[in-house]
Design a protein around this ligand. Structure first.
Ligand code: KG4
Ligand code: ZN
Length: 354
């Protein structure tokens, strides 16, 4: 749940996150190796009132100063979506404030319009700023709101989606391609399970991959050379499965499984980065945007940033806090919907996409 200050029109919307609380259910679902829908619903019912209390510090004045309430209507697990929608409807009635439905994937896309924190190196600071620094190694955190220029290519990579978009403006885009089978995050989660790593697998693979050699095993780069912008990760996942079946010692030896993690991660990155950069070149992109849970992957962020900058375009990725699911991005998507006077039905829609 989040409290976001949103202002400005569609030409230059401005956002400030006042509070962003993520009530993680990872520990609840971890023993089952993935999200269990009914457990998710139960946890939502239990947590929503608690988190609202934390968000507003039970301050009635703050609660009544809210202008607009936003809720995710999809895509996602229906029982969880319905719980959120019913709760938001009740809150909207209680506070007598309008309620707006938001698309989870638009939330990921628009997470790049949240201000971001950059670590400014000393060299880039003014002399006046430098004189205030005590340690020669210290860095300064700066909040930046750099404007995203169009056309932009956006890579949206989460647990359920892998989509490549060409954006001509904040509200006008074309879907260039998407995954034909598993999403990138899903592939990370499934390969992690094969390596007996806990859920969610993405961060675990990233951690293990750091200790391995990304060139150790030649896993396939599915559809890298195809002349469309679609993706496919199911064959890569199967290659890892066969490799582990043919090399039974791997799963029990960390040095060997680190090579599998690093080689698998590199195969996913090569395809994601390769296709995104081909789109950026073809469409003369001024910006490349990365978002969705997998955008928390450091190697992916760094590689895409480097290649984007080599092309002379600007690279954007949200702060880590806003990569994986969060409510601040939903507030941004809802505000943009509100500016567009576009209304989504206040009903769970698990199939909603971009
Ligand atoms: O966007 P998100 O929080 O939820 C969905 O909308 O699906 O994305 C979750 C996905 C999971 O599959 C998770 O394993 C992946 O994002 N993920 C990562 C990393 N952190 C999260 N994948 C690779 N590297 C990471 N560091
Ligand atoms: Zn998500």
């Amino acid at each position: 749940m989040a409290l976001v200050d949103a202002r400005g029109g569609l030409k230059n919307p401005q956002f400030k996150v006042l509070k962003n609380i993520v009530s993680s259910q990872i520990a609840v679902h971890r023993p089952f190796g993935g999200v269990v829908p009914n457990l998710a619903k139960r946890e939502h019912i239990k947590n929503l009132p608690k988190v609202l209390g934390q968000l507003t510090a039970n301050n009635l004045k703050l609660k009544t100063s809210i202008d607009l309430i936003a809720v995710t209507v999809g895509p996602g697990l229906e029982p969880a979506l319905w719980t959120g929608i019913e709760y938001a409807k009740q809150l909207s009635k209680e506070l007598k404030k309008p309620l707006i439905g938001a698309n989870h994937m638009e939330g990921h896309l628009y997470s790049n319009w949240l201000p971001r924190t950059v670590i400014a190196s000393r060299a880039k600071q003014s002399l006046k700023q430098q004189s205030k620094i005590v340690s020669p190694l210290s860095h300064v955190k700066e909040v930046r709101n750099d404007k995203i220029l169009f056309p932009a290519i956006a890579l949206v990579v989460s647990g359920g989606h892998t989509i490549l978009l060409k954006m001509d403006s904040l509200i006008k885009w074309k879907n260039l391609g998407e995954t034909l089978d598993d999403a990138a995050g899903e592939a990370f989660d499934k390969v992690a399970r094969m390596l007996k790593l806990p859920y969610p697998g993405g961060p675990e693979i990233q951690k293990l991959a750091k200790k391995g050699n990304p060139k150790a095993i030649k896993f396939p780069r599915p559809m890298l050379k195809s002349d469309d912008y679609n993706f496919s990760f199911s064959g890569l996942k199967t290659s890892v499965l066969y490799y582990l079946r043919d090399n039974p010692l791997v799963a029990s030896r960390q040095s060997l499984s680190a090579d599998v993690a690093a080689s698998f991660q590199q195969a996913v990155l090569d395809v994601l980065v390769g296709k995104t950069m081909r789109a950026a070149r073809s469409y003369g992109a001024k910006s490349v945007l990365l978002c969705g849970g997998v955008s928390a992957n450091l190697a992916l962020r760094e590689e895409l940033k480097l290649k984007t900058n080599n092309l002379g375009a600007s690279f954007f990725v949200p702060d880590f806090e806003y990569n994986t699911d969060n409510a601040a991005m939903i507030a941004v998507a809802a505000y943009i919907q509100y500016l567009r006077k576009k209304k989504l039905k206040l009903e769970a829609n698990s199939n909603l996409s971009l």
